[in-house]
Design a protein around this ligand. Structure first.
Ligand code: ATP
Length: 315
């Protein structure tokens, strides 16, 4: 992002993410969960515009709610200082000791509470914009600290590109050269609160799931090795990469997750995964054409939504 020294305004896209697998490795004494996940941005974006204004200490948000993929208005996104975009601006001003004011224009397209990280991405975009407008005011460590205090997914969105995310989300290691994936994103039309899904995991899963640190990169390397193999072999490798330890908890809270997952498999997906804490599922297809054909076969009812998407790479 090139910015002249006099710039006072920046517009940038805030991408959604999917999790190509998510392992829960344990729980910290403070209740936070330790995870391992390959997170990848996708071509579904909110738009964020950040302007510095002469109104010391003020953070103002203009929120435009577009329709989500099912044609529903995104109604449960706060328009006040609780919005993660506003909280990010406030945290930056406070930590950097700046007496600027900040105006944010946010156009929401990413469905909320869907496991697609929309709010975290908006916060990350605001922080990236403020870093560009006021360079050198915060160190990378300070930025990671304030982003983590806003949400565990926000450190990833400080530089959204494919990355292995570990710890509670603060350790972000870029992974180059991932194959671009053609996807169908599908959601049964129910919001799932991240805290509720982890709460259900706490009750359900520790006894069932063996923590498997390191299994994400092993599965990725198997997948890369199988690149020119037949459908069944690639499908098996991809399935093992996409294992999401939160899925049984999400299915317990929201049974349509299981039904939609089966539909995506029947629609011809190589493999099906759940993003974050759900309820958005994604099928990985051979190419965009196969994804479009697969989407056409889904029965999403009146409240569900689906759309074709693609992962974004390093650039
Ligand atoms: P994650 O995958 O990071 O756990 P998510 O994608 O499931 O999160 P978000 O879309 O980030 O969830 O929204 C979760 C909640 O955060 C929403 O229900 C909403 O009340 C609140 N929120 C605050 N700011 C925003 C924002 N800018 N966009 C969306 N939701 C926001």
């Amino acid at each position: 992002m090139a910015v002249s020294s006099e710039a006072t305004k920046i517009a940038l896209p805030a991408p959604a993410k999917i999790n190509l697998g998510l392992r829960v490795l344990g729980t910290r004494a403070d209740g936070y969960h330790l995870i391992e996940s390959l997170m990848v941005p996708v071509d579904l974006h909110d738009e964020v515009e950040v302007a510095l204004v002469k109104a010391p200490g003020q953070v103002r948000l203009a929120l435009e709610l577009s329709l989500d993929a099912a044609g529903h208005t995104l109604s449960d996104v706060p328009a006040d200082e609780e919005n993660l975009a506003s909280r990010a601006a406030r945290a930056f001003l406070d930590r950097a000791g700046l007496d600027d004011g900040v105006e944010i224009r946010l156009v929401k397209r990413i469905p909320a509470a869907a496991g697609l990280g929309g709010g975290s991405s908006d916060a990350g975009a605001v922080l990236r914009a403020l870093c560009a407008l006021r360079p050198g005011r915060l160190t990378p460590l300070e930025l990671t600290q304030i982003s983590l205090a806003i949400g565990a997914d926000v450190p990833f969105f400080l530089a959204p590109r494919p990355a292995l995310v570990t710890g509670i989300g603060e350790q972000v290691k870029p992974i180059g050269g991932l194959p671009a994936l053609s996807l169908v994103l599908a959601n049964p039309g129910e919001s799932l609160a991240t805290a509720a899904v982890y709460g259900a995991w706490d009750v359900l899963a520790p006894a069932l799931t063996k923590p498997q640190a390191g299994s994400t990169m092993r599965a990725l390397s198997d997948l890369r090795a199988a690149e020119s193999s037949d459908f069944a072999t690639r499908s098996r490798c991809l399935e093992s990469l996409l294992r999401n330890d939160l899925e049984p908890a999400a299915r317990r809270l929201c049974p349509p997750v299981g039904q939609l997952s089966r539909q995506l498999a029947q629609a011809g997906a190589l493999a099906v995964g759940m993003s974050g804490s759900g309820a958005t599922l994604f099928g990985v297809f051979e190419d965009r054409q196969a994804a479009e054909a697969g989407l056409g076969t889904l029965d999403l009812g009146t409240s569900g939504w689906g759309r074709v998407a693609a992962t974004e790479g390093d650039g």
